[in-house]
Ligand binder design. Structure first.
Ligand SMILES: CCOC(=O)Nc1nc2cc3nc(NC)[nH]c3cc2c(=O)[nH]1
Length: 374
């Protein structure tokens, strides 16, 4: 069946337990999406990413359009075949990464022109071209081209930016309706920085156009957890209850718990993989740095209860050794463990919502994690 369906199964306060059905498989929500920037979840094989419990991964339009190009990926059978991931893939629109990675950027009503950070070649990303790229890649969930404003930003500049993103949302949807396949979905992206009236205006503008899902953009850009939660407190309640809400670029484990508590269903973040490559391991007692001398003789695993070889079978001393020796396997083992930890956290939140005990779960998680026994 080629349909995109969100089934809201249970709520517990603002927290929501649901299931998204796509032509390429189901997504249990709240869901964490590992980031597969250039067609790979770095240092991981897709079968191991799947085994950690991930239902869906994220691909980046900006990176793939520059290298190997969306047209080449399409000629080679699309991103799913190219990277051997048969589950759903969500792609971003590229806007955020153009603004954070490329050189010589020029933003106009038409779109964003920029120079590739790889070879300096010039490119133009418009709402239409972004959708064309995401369709060439074969993404199951696609994003409108938006402008993610910097933080802080003046109210006036923020309002101009969100109005542009609403106009781009309409153009993205028009292009999507021409180019997409049945069952694929396009999400709108709510902007408005930290201003309540602007977040409402952005949400209303997008709901008028109509999308099967809504992302909350413009956060995790340096505003801090308190401001992020404050924005969620007044943004998620205005969004449709029967559509998924996706918080982009978030976050650390306590961010995920607090955002689920505030009605978010989907997340993506480089945190588990990027910090894993640099030696940070997440545990229920807070993060640790495995390179620390304290672990040189520690024969215990990172987490014996996690059904993941990197968490259960290798000692901290071994992984400490791999980092000190500069071994490639170091990056793989910690990325693998961190992804398994994130998926276990999501699974425990889903169960807590099902059993009407999310508030107690969140309190227990925060008490132990911040106690930082590790
Ligand atoms: C992931 C889909 O993103 C888009 O297409 N636009 C977009 N991406 C963002 C990515 C972000 N990452 C962070 N922090 C690490 N904050 C982000 C915001 C956006 C955004 O507003 N808009």
């Amino acid at each position: 069946m080629s349909e995109f369906i969100f089934n809201l199964q249970k709520t517990d306060g603002q927290a929501r337990r649901g299931e998204i059905t796509t032509p390429r498989g189901k997504i249990q929500t709240p869901a964490f999406m590992p980031v597969g920037t250039a067609g790979t979840v770095k240092a991981m094989q897709t079968r191991d990413v799947k085994a950690t419990g991930a239902d869906i991964i994220l691909g980046n339009t900006y990176h793939l359009m520059l290298r190997p190009t969306a047209e080449r990926v399409a000629r080679l059978g699309g991103l799913h075949h190219f990277m051997q991931w048969d589950g759903p893939i969500l792609t971003d629109s590229g806007g955020f990464q153009v603004m954070s990675l490329s050189k010589l950027r020029k933003l106009t009503e038409e779109g964003v022109s920029f120079q590739s950070h790889i070879d300096g070649s010039r490119h133009m990303l418009t709402p239409e071209r972004s959708i064309e790229i995401q369709c060439l890649l074969g993404a199951d969930i696609q994003m409108q081209l938006d402008e993610c404003p910097p933080f802080p930003i003046t109210e006036e500049a923020s309002r101009e930016s969100l109005e542009l993103s609403i106009r781009w949302a309409k153009r993205s949807k028009d292009a999507f309706e021409k180019l997409s396949k049945p069952g694929q979905a396009l999400f709108g992206i709510v902007q408005g920085s930290v201003f309540e009236d602007q977040r409402k205006r952005s949400a209303e503008g997008l709901m008028e156009i109509g999308f099967p899902g809504y992302s909350v953009g413009g956060l995790a850009v340096g505003e801090g957890q308190e401001q992020m939660f404050r924005v969620l407190d007044f943004t998620t309640p205005v969004l449709p209850k029967d559509r998924p809400r996706y918080l982009m670029g978030v976050g650390k484990p306590p961010d995920l718990v607090g955002a689920v508590e505030r009605g978010i269903d989907m997340f993506d973040c480089v945190m588990p993989t990027r910090s894993g490559r640099h030696g940070q391991a997440f545990t229920w007692d807070g993060p640790i740095n495995i390179k620390n001398a304290a672990y040189v003789d520690d024969g215990t695993p990172l987490d014996a209860d996690l059904d993941c070889p990197a968490s259960r079978d290798y000692s901290k001393a071994y992984i400490n050794h791999l980092f000190r020796a500069g071994e490639y396997l170091a990056a793989t083992l910690l990325s693998w463990h961190n992804l398994a930890f994130y998926q276990e956290l999501m699974a425990r939140m889903r169960t807590a919502i099902e059993e009407d005990r999310f508030a107690a779960f969140a309190a227990e998680f925060r008490a132990r994690y911040s106690a930082g026994a590790a």
